[in-house]
Ligand binder design. Structure first.
Ligand SMILES: *Cc1c(COP(=O)(O)O)cnc(C)c1O
Length: 347
């Protein structure tokens, strides 16, 4: 079956142009710093983020972890949101492997942390308390609906962190979606941060990889952390080659994914039993719930959608996440809306 796969933008397959670039890539031993394609990707990435240096890592999870380890020592504390990917979906790596203590704050529905609460979370100089080192923000914020955090907010959070001697790391897995949605330059959005990661393997459709960017001195430390974590790769220029094509060809078109997400949300809003949250998605994610009258669980609905060729992400037993991406076309949006209409009409 030709699936309409809306579970995530991670399901995107490499484009034919990426496969050609991968086959033709000039490679070398990257642990020796000798892979020209990786070096090129790291330079391109640093420049897109307005930073001095970049580091190619196998995943966003490793990028965030290498960043946390490079910013914090054992027993130090980092401040992050209770809905953040780093807290929820990275297997507790910072605590497990780094002995870094998470200090959770409530994410607001717009993905932000309240600045006063960040300030209140910063530890005093006291032998009883861990040392606060880092604030982690996420943009776009995945669990909060793919919302984009504004440039003004990012600046204010950075200013506050710096006032207290803390650093700011941005989990920008989808920072390009945020920049496109906000109509700002990605480098401007990343500018206030001390470090930032972004993923090549989501909306940008490359098969593997993320980039961590920051100052040269920071990236040198993060490179050591990547090695400790087993992420020192050799002729990985074959992967970086796809990443370069991704950065060259896949950023501007993200707007199309955002438009399709809006169309999907508008269509689903007319289906009885479904509640959209929010009504209008900001980027490429549509979150929706079953209202109390629907006698099926989200998994049961997803099972019936699957029979109609539509794959939906189940978030809780009442809630779905649908993500648009390069491999989703207008006709797929129609098929997904029709699929929901049929399933909901039959209950
Ligand atoms: C996907 C994602 C990551 C990293 O995920 P990997 O699967 O490890 O690449 C990090 N943060 C956010 C917000 C994400 O959505």
């Amino acid at each position: 079956m030709d699936w309409v796969d809306l579970r995530s933008d991670t399901v995107t397959l490499p484009t034919p142009q990426m496969r050609e670039a991968m086959a033709a890539a000039v490679v070398g031993d990257d642990v020796y710093g000798e892979d020209p394609t990786i070096n090129q990707l790291e330079e391109m990435s640093a420049s897109l983020m307005g930073k001095q240096a970049g580091l190619f890592v196998p995943s966003g999870t490793m990028g965030n972890l290498a960043a946390i380890l490079a910013h914090c020592g054992r027993g130090d504390e980092f401040i992050l949101g209770h809905q953040s990917h780093t807290f929820l979906f990275e297997a507790g790596g910072a605590a497990a492997l780094g002995g870094v203590h998470p200090h959770l704050l409530q994410n607001q529905t717009d993905g932000t942390l309240i600045l006063d609460e960040i300030e209140g979370a910063v530890r005093k100089e006291d032998i009883h308390q861990p040392i606060s080192r880092l604030v982690v923000l996420e943009n776009t914020h995945n669990r909060c609906g793919g919302v984009a955090l504004s440039l003004e907010y990012t600046r204010s959070a950075a200013e506050l962190a710096h006032q207290h001697g803390l650093q700011l790391h941005l989990d920008g897995a989808r920072i390009f979606n945020a920049a496109v949605a906000l109509g700002v330059e990605t480098a401007d959005l990343a500018e206030p941060t001390d470090s930032v990661i972004f993923c090549l393997s989501k909306g940008l459709s490359a098969p593997v990889g993320s980039l961590l960017c920051g100052s040269s001195e920071f990236i040198a430390r993060a490179r050591r952390m990547r090695k400790q974590l087993g992420g020192g790769m050799r002729q990985a220029g074959v992967l970086a080659a796809a990443g370069i094509v991704a950065l060259e060809t896949m950023i501007e078109r993200l707007e199309e994914d955002h438009i399709r997400a809006k169309n999907l949300a508008q269509g689903l809003a007319t289906v009885p039993g479904l509640v959209l949250d929010p009504d209008i998605p900001e980027t490429n994610m549509v979150f929706l719930s079953l209202n109390d009258e629907v006698p099926l669980s989200a998994s049961e609905v997803a099972g019936r959608l699957k029979e109609r060729g539509v794959l939906a992400g189940v978030v809780t037993n009442r809630r779905f996440r649908l993500v648009t991406h390069y491999w989703i076309e207008d006709s797929d949006i129609d098929q997904a809306i029709e699929g929901f209409r049929e399933v909901m009409g039959g209950v």
